[in-house]
Design a protein around this ligand. Structure first.
Ligand code: FES
Length: 83
């Protein structure tokens, strides 16, 4: 599985680095670091005012923030092909 977290200027202002850290923590906690290629991406072309854009394989998820991170992770990472 490939996960990219946008660090373009809009997402950066919405807390890309918090999301990267949360993602790392959650991947470690679930013992998935070997199965996921985590990278940072430039603008994914889907900037929103509500949060950070991430890409999980072919799926683009917008508006990711610390408050909804857990449910995004459960749905797209654990509920994806790793689940
Ligand atoms: S800066 Fe992240 S989608 Fe544009």
């Amino acid at each position: 599985m490939k996960i990219s977290i946008c660090v373009g200027s809009s997402c950066h202002l919405k807390g890309s680095y918090d999301i990267i850290n949360l993602m790392k923590e959650h991947l470690e906690k679930n013992d998935l670091t070997d199965r996921v290629e985590l990278s940072a991406a430039f603008c994914l072309g889907r900037c929103t005012s509500t949060g950070v854009t991430i890409q999980v394989d072919d799926e683009i998820i917008t508006g990711v923030c610390p408050d909804n991170f857990e449910s995004v992770f459960n749905q797209y990472v654990l509920g994806g092909k790793l689940g």
